[in-house]
Ligand binder design. Structure first.
Ligand SMILES: [Zn+2]
Length: 348
């Protein structure tokens, strides 16, 4: 296994965006949706403009594994002869090649995670990851259940070998997670079952679980759980829409001012001071698409945000808290709590 190119002590004091994508979304491109692509170089120039030092990056979609005709109808089905033999095989490798081989001058600005589908072709995906880790460092695993149309709980079943893979390497999982009823794949309640079952592993719930008070408070007191703020501005817009439509009860959410996502950021920092991670979801801080959510449900998203909106949320909290959510908490999530690393540093 290759050595990590960045150690914890290389990252002390840096501003880290813990959630961003590199790659393409061909279904979105084909259906005239947005955003459909991002490159490491593109993120680098966002970093420069925003004063961000490091981005955690992972693939965007696994569309190269899918049947394109059904994908264009909004379905996800493996192709008979896929371009990517296993889910994310090509996407994970392309990400690593881009970060390390094609953009070597900026590779120290990126922390690459791989993506997996917890329910399909697990032995094939694991064999690919074992090949990939001999060439490139893997810092964590991203799972987007709704993008794969695979329930997160598959990770305890068909995908359980991914849990052991992560445990052997001491790397964390970042989960796309939702608390609204119309995404059957990514329910935070299901992901919490995995978190409880594997207290030896670290897990992050993305998108602040759409501000659900019960689950945020549960995450704050669960030692192996973290929460990220990815795409905060449009998650707040979406939440206002869902409350207006009667899909979500305002009383189920943390109590804050939902007219300003920066106020929501402050309340999140108070709710999860030691476990909140700042992330932007670049390029998906804008989201215009139609997505099947399971059980015949379809959600239309028409949400517009900007990298600056996410940066503004970070800058709205005081320096000490900013240091936690964009650095100290993030490093604990990626590398584990600091003690072991400090000993390693002192003895190196
Ligand atoms: Zn994302």
């Amino acid at each position: 296994m290759i050595d990590k190119h960045l150690k914890r002590w290389d990252l002390v004091g840096k501003t880290i965006d813990c959630h961003s994508h590199v790659g393409v979304a061909l279904k979105m491109y084909g259906l005239v949706e947005y955003p459909y692509a991002e490159t490491a170089e593109g993120i680098y120039y966002k970093q420069i403009s925003a004063g961000v030092d490091i981005n955690v990056v992972f693939p965007y979609t696994f569309d190269l594994y899918c049947d394109w005709k059904s994908m264009m109808k909004g379905d996800v089905a493996p192709a008979a002869d896929p371009i990517s033999e296993f889910p994310y095989k090509v996407e994970n490798r392309t990400l690593m090649r881009e970060v390390f081989d094609y953009q070597p001058r900026i590779s120290r600005r990126f922390i690459p995670f791989v993506s997996v589908d917890p329910g399909r072709d697990v032995p094939g995906q694991l064999a690919e990851l074992e090949k990939l880790e001999r060439e490139y460092p893997i810092y964590g695993i991203k799972i987007n259940p709704v993008a794969c149309r695979t329930r997160s709980l598959e990770l305890l079943d068909a995908g359980k070998d991914f849990l052991d893979f992560a445990a052997e390497r001491d790397i964390p999982f970042l989960f796309h997670s939702m608390t609204i009823p119309n995404d059957i794949y990514s329910q935070a309640s299901d992901i919490f079952k995995i978190v409880e079952e594997r207290s030896d592993l670290r897990f992050c719930f993305a998108h602040a679980m759409l501000f659900n008070k019960h689950f945020l408070e549960l995450a704050a007191k669960t030692p192996n759980a973290w929460v990220d703020t990815a795409a905060l501005k449009i998650q707040v817009d979406l939440m206002n829409q869902l409350v207006a439509e009667g899909v979500v009860e305002r009383s189920s959410l943390i109590d804050t001012d939902y007219t300003d996502h920066k106020e929501v950021m402050k309340t999140l920092c108070e709710t999860c001071p030691d476990t909140l991670l700042w992330g932007t979801d670049s390029p998906a801080y804008s989201f215009h698409c139609r997505r099947a959510q399971g059980d015949g449900m379809v959600q239309d998203f028409s949400l517009t945000g900007a990298y600056e909106d996410e940066v503004a949320a970070l800058k709205s909290v005081d320096r000490e808290i900013r240091g936690r959510v964009s650095n100290a908490n993030t490093l604990d999530f990626i590398f584990g709590k600091a003690i072991g690393e400090v000993f390693e540093f002192l003895s190196s």
